[in-house]
Write a protein that binds this ligand. Structure first.
Ligand code: GDD
Length: 404
């Protein structure tokens, strides 16, 4: 893969470096030279297949799924490079139709054809809830000691399973993507981001080149989705306030497709549901930006955030207006609730949220979230050997295919 390098500019906030958007020049730049893993010229860097493959070997791809078409999920699996460990965390229904069993059966057959390493687990399995309860990780549990529903909750389970399997990196790819080729590009972008990183704490965020829509019998290629436009704006307002310079560095506020190095992932808090992606940036700034607590501003342990623009368009299931309103509300809410969010910005966000509430009330939709109750603690508080032991002791919990 060949990308812009170095990034055109970098915003430095305490120990956080947020790089500006980098473009992909070649999705595949060949095998690479025998002596070097990467080739650099004046304005681009390329990583050969050997280097990408090496990183993929140490990377888990977590795929959250909730009642998606089986053929879509299978397509997504086909796009993930063979070297990666795939972890599917499902919250699909078990009654009246057992969609989860159908997913397990499909994965079983698929893994036989491809020899891919795949693990699949159900997020609401009571055994998993019991394990978290036993390990005192209660921030993921509901009042009945079951794991809450929510995409972020699925991601946290995925991170933990990736850590249990000794993975160095963890990437997230949605299961409702119509283009397997795009999935393949996302994973190679993750690997290239980690290859570029000079820190063990890194976050690679994908910016879609476009999100095609069909209207009036024509295909359009709009640049921004209906959520990212707003969350990017408020995140940029926040960064501009912190630095004192007006900036538009953030282009990936709601990047569903993104990756984290395990050293960063295991130290982060995660926000519930769909607020997870903007909150990751907020949490990185809270913990490493030196804004709240000077001691967190370390120059040794700096965080690098890469934002990389795909060549492929992003084409996924359209889940409707109400869904978008809910996701935007959750996203704005976590920015608004942050300790680092200044009152002027808070005022704008609150007004925006009130507008969304009116919209939702007209359609009688219930919007989630008004507080920080559902922030999940860093997973490094969980003793991983003990977690492993408890998972092994629950034989029906985790289905493993081609995984040792
Ligand atoms: N495990 C699990 N648990 N998975 C879930 C859950 C859940 O409770 N809810 C949704 N998912 C899965 C879906 O099946 C899909 O694969 C993925 O999570 C994303 O959910 P969608 O409901 O399809 O979200 P979206 O496509 O509208 O939004 C995506 O893009 C946004 C940016 O535009 C998501 O990735 C958002 O997080 C992102 O902000």
């Amino acid at each position: 893969m060949r990308l812009d390098f170095p990034p055109k500019y970098t915003e430095v906030i305490g120990a956080v470096k947020i790089h500006s958007l980098q473009k992909v020049y070649e999705i595949d730049s060949g095998y690479g030279t025998k002596t070097k893993n990467s080739q650099l010229n004046n304005s681009t860097i390329s990583f050969g297949n050997k280097k990408i493959s090496k990183i993929c070997n140490e990377m888990a791809i977590v795929i959250p799924v909730k009642n998606e078409k089986l053929s879509l999920l299978e397509g997504v699996l086909s796009g993930v490079p063979n070297e990666c460990l795939i972890i599917i965390v499902s919250n699909s229904q078990k009654t009246p139709v057992d969609r989860y069993s159908m997913e397990v059966e499909m994965v079983k057959q698929y893994s036989q054809f491809t020899n891919k390493r795949i693990a699949i687990v159900h997020q609401r399995d009571s055994n998993l809830g019991r394990i978290f309860h036993k390990l005192n990780y209660s921030s993921i549990l509901d009042n009945y000691s079951q794991i809450r529903s929510g995409k972020a909750e699925g991601m946290v389970i995925g991170i933990l399973l990736a850590k249990m399997h000794g993975m160095k990196y963890v990437g997230f790819v949605d299961s409702d993507n119509y283009f397997p080729g795009a999935v393949n590009e996302y994973v190679k972008i993750f690997a290239s981001g980690f290859a570029m990183s000079k820190s063990h704490l890194s976050n690679v965020r994908v910016c879609w080149r476009s999100k095609p829509k069909v209207a009036n019998n024509r295909v359009y290629f709009p640049r921004w989705g209906r959520i990212s436009e707003h969350s990017n704006k408020y995140l940029n307002d926040l960064i501009s306030y912190i630095t004192g310079f007006e900036r538009d560095i953030v282009t990936t506020g709601n990047a569903g497709e993104h990756a984290l190095s395990m050293s960063l992932a295991e130290n982060m808090d995660f926000s519930t549901g769909y607020s997870v992606e903007p909150y990751e940036l907020i949490n990185i700034l809270e913990k490493f930006g030196g804004i709240i607590n000077e001691t967190t501003n370390s120059t040794k342990d700096f965080v690098e955030v890469f934002q990389i623009e795909t060549r492929n368009p992003h084409f996924h299931e359209n889940k409707g207006d109400e869904h978008i309103t809910g996701m935007l509300y959750e996203s704005l809410n976590v920015i608004n609730n942050s300790k680092i969010c200044n009152t002027e910005i808070t005022k704008d966000i609150k007004n925006h949220m009130i507008m969304l509430q009116h919209k939702a009330n007209n359609g009688s939709i219930k919007l989630n979230g008004n507080n920080n109750d559902h922030i999940m603690a860093p997973i490094n508080t969980i003793p991983i050997d003990k977690f492993n032991e408890l998972v092994i002791d629950s034989p029906q919990l985790l289905h493993l295919f081609n995984v040792q």
